[in-house]
Design a protein around this ligand. Structure first.
Ligand code: HEC
Ligand code: HEC
Length: 213
């Protein structure tokens, strides 16, 4: 009897350690401090990735994969570098533009920064909207965008950003960049954005604003 008791205790100890390590690892990720690099973001992207500035995207709660991709794109100059916005927005911008900001980062730095912002809760920007225009946008969305941006572009797990509740001026500007071929996009999305008129872009942005309210 004595030996079997000891065996049970042995077994629990065996089970306990992996479990404890898992719990500790989990707690560490929940309480993780912002990586040092992430401190350079708040002046533009707001506290905890919730931008209060219509020209600057909300980044909290977008998927890890999407955010990582954007930081790689900035590093590789695969999307506009936002030089003008940098000099206008920050009193002393950390770098001349977003590409220069990302240029110093290793793949590991990028993974840490993306992990930090993707774990923060997303929050829509409060914006009023025109119901009629949003309806026009909804029809375009359902025709050309919904298969990759499900539920009005509100799902992080699509790995395609969170469009619902994003700032209107940013949405309009970035759709114009896609249409002009200045920002990397999947070929199938390029087929869809190439055909958009200025009015279509305004209507789509209105729709994504409306989904977030
Ligand atoms: C001086 C202002 C400024 C600072 C500082 C800044 N950003 Fe940005 N960020 C912008 C602007 C402006 C854009 C939009 C660029 C565009 O128009 O394509 C942007 C876009 C992004 C995007 C793309 C989001 C999307 O939905 O496509 C990510 C991700 C991002 N920034 C992350 C960061 C991180 C992480 C930091 C800090 C390490 C940071 N930014 C610091 C201004 C800034
Ligand atoms: C074939 C799939 C696909 C289609 C169709 C598509 N998209 Fe996308 N979209 C994506 C992916 C993937 C991304 C993320 C790209 C990246 O990682 O840089 C994206 C990114 C975006 C972004 C940038 C989000 C941000 O936060 O910066 C906007 C805005 C957008 N799409 C709007 C649209 C609109 C509007 C349409 C329809 C006219 C459309 N997309 C059609 C796959 C698609």
């Amino acid at each position: 009897m004595h030996t079997s008791h000891a065996a049970v205790r042995e077994q629990t100890r065996f089970l306990f350690w992996p479990l404890a390590i898992l719990l500790l690892a989990n707690a560490a990720s929940v309480w993780a401090e912002a990586p040092v690099e992430a401190e350079a973001c708040a002046s533009c992207h707001g506290e905890k990735g919730i931008s209060r500035d219509g020209d600057i995207p909300i980044i909290a709660g977008a998927s890890n994969f999407f955010l990582e991709n954007q930081l790689f794109l900035f590093r590789d100059k695969g999307r506009p570098c936002a030089g003008e916005l940098f000099s206008q927005r920050a009193e002393s911008p950390p770098k001349p533009d977003h590409c220069a900001l990302a240029a110093d980062w290793s793949d590991d730095d990028i993974a840490k920064i993306a992990g930090y912002f993707s774990a923060l809760p997303h929050q829509s920007a409060e914006q009023s909207f025109d119901t009629e225009l949003a309806q026009i946008g909804k029809a375009i969305h359902e025709r050309s965008c919904d298969r990759c941006h499900a539920e009005g572009g509100s799902l992080a797990l699509d790995d395609a950003g969170i469009l619902a509740g994003q700032w209107r001026p940013y949405l309009i500007r970035t759709l114009e960049s896609f249409r002009a071929g200045e920002r990397w996009q999947e070929e199938k999305m390029a087929d869809a954005t190439a055909k958009l008129s200025d009015d279509d872009i305004k209507a789509l942005a209105e729709y994504y604003v409306s989904v977030g309210q």
